[in-house]
Design a binder for this molecule. Sequence first.
Ligand code: PLP
Length: 430
Amino acid sequence: MSNVFYRSRKSYPTAVSASGVFIQDDQGRSYLDGSSGALVANVGHGRTEVAQAMAEQAARLAFVHGSQFSSDVLETYASRLAGFLNLPGYRLWAVSGGSEANESAIKLARQYHVERGESGRFRVVTRVPSYHGASLGALAASGMGARREVYAPLMRPEAWPKLPKPDPSLSGEADAERLRALLEEVGPESVAAFMCEPVVGASDAALAPNAGYHAHIAAICREYGVLFIADEVMSGMGRCGAPLAVRLHDPQVTPDLVVLGKGLAAGYAPLAGVMASGAVYDTVMNGSGAFKHGFTYAGHPVSVAAGLSVLDIVGREGLVDAARERGAQLLDGLRALQGRHPGVLDVRGHGLLLGVILGDPATGQPHATPGAAERVAAAARDAGLLTYPGSGALDGMRGDHLLLGPPLSITTGEVTLMLERLDTALERGL
Ligand code: PLP
């Protein structure tokens, strides 16, 4: 009998090693990691230089508490990250995971307004569907009924007004104007922040708004004194072919808070964070003088050393450009598969954050009973390819879909292999 508390009663293979884009299990099977786990392993597996950087850091300075020390590695990393993301003057609040980072961003937005004497601002507007994390605040922010239902009594819905998801039939500006309407409806003086995923992840398979949306959202937020939080936990750090997905169409877009995770340390260590503008930081520091929030492992030196080493690899190997180029190759191949498999209704996304939408070819709608994504994902696993399936009808989620996002270091030959294995899986699973 195992003593492990598994996530579900399905059976899990036991992984023992990984290298590049491949993971090996204890039965000698090899899987092409077509989803980087949950869009995490951006630089691929088995990078000994990251492991060495972590080992050296652990030996030299494994831990200090944020109430007593900064660390040299954290100082270096915060400045390198601000440079990579082109966020001059922004401050890094480093934590261990995306949910913690979103909790931090939400609390920081609230405290910012309290410091400015606007303590009536507490609501955080988010979208439906969306996924911002599993902890209770981040979950309350998430528009994902299936994950919220059981815990709904622990949440206060009036604090989390929901905007509909981006509508590709609208211009980016017209789409963003719907935020203004919602702010007017709930009372803009009660709103602390608007938060969205620039390219949607798990809840709506790589859905992205039209050009102009984010710039206009930023302008509306500024006009109403509402902070703009970009949740780039999945879409950031180069995955979408740009350091930040919120700037895919307009490099001038500058959210007040940018939330990062996943690809930050690419799975080598738990690392996530919030990049906060100088204005937000200064408001807190010149006001009460302290962020009323903290986690024991915030800014953990070993995680930060992993993040620094990953950033070196991303820069040296040009992985942001690679994400754009391999992403175009993968999207082309997916379009060809869509032509061959009528059950594939749509393929979409940016860089190496791509979605495959499954459904009923007769109606062009999701299947009445979900299950196709799980079936295709199981067939893909049997064919040696890992994908990230999702399904759900609640909250406007787009039925069955697969999220694809291999490591940004994937080669052209490996993209071809991925497509061959997915072809087999669609043949068997649909
Ligand atoms: N935000 C987004 C956009 C995510 O995709 C996720 C995880 O999938 C999270 C937040 C939560 O991150 P974590 O699972 O590291 O807590």
